[in-house]
Design a protein around this ligand. Structure first.
Ligand SMILES: Cc1cc2nc3c(=O)[nH]c(=O)nc-3n(C[C@H](O)[C@H](O)[C@H](O)COP(=O)(O)O)c2cc1C
Length: 188
């Protein structure tokens, strides 16, 4: 775990995504820590606008079937695309599907709730990296697909903010992109 400020800063400034993730994935205890990190995301008026759906083991195949069905419902007939959907969740041992559980609130609009659920997703990716795992945040058209959302337990006003793939990094980490902060800063 990142247990001192310098390793925390290193984690924040050097995190990269990992597309190739193998076994083992986080244990149940480690997943508990990761979820706790997600639940500490900033959250206006404590709406808790999220639900974390853990997909692991054989259930990954079941999620693949749901993704495949969603494509068929949208009229996709391309076999390669349909097969890719079936296999997509097998790219990591554990996936956390972060559902936006939208709550009607007079002050906290949808954008803010999406922001909170996105912050939770990012916090969980950082926690996973701090525990020594790799992570990759994915969405695609599945994230707003009613069939997928319903299968994950979401309702009409909900959506998937991220499928957070977690596992052991396979292969070397890519280099951190070199961006110049000056290109993204203004002084008001
Ligand atoms: C909301 C969101 C959705 C994303 N969806 C995908 C996706 O579906 N497929 C993908 O390859 N990358 C997706 N990404 C980008 C990757 O998670 C990753 O950030 C990107 O490949 C850059 O790598 P890096 O995190 O190492 O900079 C998404 C990122 C965000 C924030």
């Amino acid at each position: 775990m990142a247990d001192n400020p310098s390793s925390t800063i290193q984690l924040l400034t050097q995190r990269v995504s990992h597309a190739s993730l193998g076994f083992p994935g986080p244990s149940q205890n480690e997943l508990d820590t990761i979820i706790r990190a997600g639940m500490r995301a900033p959250d206006h008026a404590m709406q808790r606008p999220w639900h974390f759906v853990i997909v692991e083991g054989e259930r990954r195949g079941a999620l693949g079937v749901v993704l495949n069905e969603s494509l068929k419902l949208r009229g996709v007939t391309d076999e390669a695309q349909l097969n890719k959907a079936l296999k997509a969740p097998l790219r990591a041992p554990v996936i956390i599907a972060v559902l936006l559980k939208f709550k009607d609130h007079p002050k906290v609009e949808r954008n803010e709730q999406i922001g909170s659920a996105a912050a939770a997703t990012y916090a969980m990716s950082l926690a996973a990296n701090a525990l020594g795992f790799g992570s990759m945040w994915r969405t695609g058209l599945y994230a707003t697909d009613p069939h997928v959302i319903s299968a994950l337990g979401g309702g009409d006003k909900d959506e998937v903010i991220g499928f957070l793939y977690l596992g052991t990094r396979e292969g070397p980490s890519k280099l951190t992109p070199t961006l110049d902060p000056e290109d993204y800063i203004a002084h008001f």
